[in-house]
Design a protein around this ligand. Structure first.
Ligand SMILES: NC(=O)c1ccc[n+]([C@@H]2O[C@H](COP(=O)([O-])OP(=O)(O)OC[C@H]3O[C@@H](n4cnc5c(N)ncnc54)[C@H](OP(=O)(O)O)[C@@H]3O)[C@@H](O)[C@H]2O)c1
Length: 340
């Protein structure tokens, strides 16, 4: 392959719970329909934290991290979708190209079921890369495959439109993307957080109403009050067991609660069934999205000029520190990791 090295560096997890270690691997030429992406950045998701702790089964050893941004370094025979030099994301679900979710489409996740993005080069199907908006840096673009697309899919499932009210919970990667994308849809956004300082950042991204959940643990009542008793059209729930019941109570009749996260723990959640039934609430599980959805997201970012919010950028040798920051909730929006 012209101009490409024979070998490259990757950060590899040897077994469940081991920290990623630097290894060298041979660079194989792309086969028919494949591309080689020179990775430049990845970002941490809560899911990556769980993976790095060894709690997601899969093949060992493997390269972690589901998000990636970089540029096409080589294309295999027959590839027309992208060209060498194009700046791209890799897809979170490389086999979910379009349409509704199916077990087959969702079978693969980069970093879980196969090697992920914490390596200098990724060889992948050309169908599973997405051109990124030109105004984004590699670090900003690396926020899109998981957090950005999950926020996009949540709003799409709720058919977000002008005049809607959207609730985003906390100031993590998914939630701040919800704030920015909901504003781009013409919605009013209510943002919750346990921190006034973090809420202030949310306000700079467009959040209209800020609710400190330490001060107002019954935050669903505040949402009701802010909406004249009606409730929000879309609530993007990231707490799960600790928040789903309140999310249902914060939701307007015929509104949508997007079930996205498990930050409150992996156990079950109590929901007021009568409220959900009588108010015709749509409860919908979200699992990131397809390549086609990812392309729609990128088009929206291109048109609106939105830039995802990244509070920390670390080197790839600093994965334990990236994990510590996330566990301590010190981040706002995304934690990025550069790839040398
Ligand atoms: N289903 C999917 O497709 C999908 C995709 C991406 C992520 N997720 C899930 O969504 C959740 C958020 O992911 P993320 O990557 O955005 O995480 P993140 O960046 O680590 O977000 C964490 C933030 O959420 C807030 N938070 C923490 N615990 C909370 C709780 N119990 N209830 C409400 N808010 C809480 C905190 O914000 P404050 O400090 O401001 O309160 C915290 O800083 C995770 O559970 C993740 O696994 C699911």
């Amino acid at each position: 392959m012209t101009g490409l090295p024979d070998r490259y560096s990757a950060m590899m997890i040897s077994e469940a719970g081991a920290m990623p270690e630097l290894v060298e691997r041979p660079l194989v030429a792309p086969g028919p329909g494949e591309v080689v992406v020179r990775m430049r950045a990845t970002t941490m998701n809560f899911h990556d934290l769980v993976n790095l702790k060894g709690l997601i089964r899969g093949p060992w050893p493997r390269v972690p991290m589901s998000d990636g941004a970089g540029e096409i370094a080589a294309i295999g025979p027959g590839v027309r979708r992208v060209a060498v030099g194009d700046r791209v994301n890799t897809a979170f679900h490389p086999t979910w190209l379009a349409g509704r979710p199916t077990p087959a489409r969702k079978r693969h996740i980069l970093g879980d079921t196969c090697d992920g993005c914490l390596q200098q080069y990724v060889t992948i199907s050309a169908e599973a890369v997405i051109k990124v908006p030109a105004h984004l840096s590699d670090i900003e673009a690396a926020t899109l495959p998981c957090a950005g697309l999950t926020a996009w899919s949540s709003l799409r499932e709720g058919a977000c439109s002008v005049g809607d009210v959207v609730v985003a919970q906390g100031t993590g990667g998914v939630s701040l993307a919800v704030v920015q994308l909901a504003k781009a849809h013409g919605a009013t956004v209510i943002l919750t957080s346990r921190s006034d300082a973090k809420l202030a950042v949310g306000a700079t991204l467009g959040a209209d109403h800020l609710v400190n959940t330490t001060q107002f643990p019954e935050w669903h009542l505040v949402v009701r009050e802010l909406t004249g008793g009606r409730g929000a059209d879309i609530v993007v729930d990231v707490g799960g067991s600790t928040s789903l019941g309140r999310s249902v109570q914060a939701c307007a009749m015929d509104g949508t609660v997007a079930i996205v996260g498990v930050l409150g723990g992996f156990g079950g959640a109590e929901i007021p069934v009568g409220v959900a039934m009588m108010a015709n609430i749509h409860l919908v599980g979200i699992t990131v999205g397809s390549v086609a959805d990812h392309e729609d997201l990128c088009r929206t970012l291109e048109v609106t000029g939105i830039r995802p919010y990244v509070s920390h950028t670390l080197a790839w040798t600093e994965m334990p520190e990236a994990m510590r920051i996330m566990e301590a909730n010190e981040h706002i929006g995304k934690i990025a990791v550069t790839i040398p």
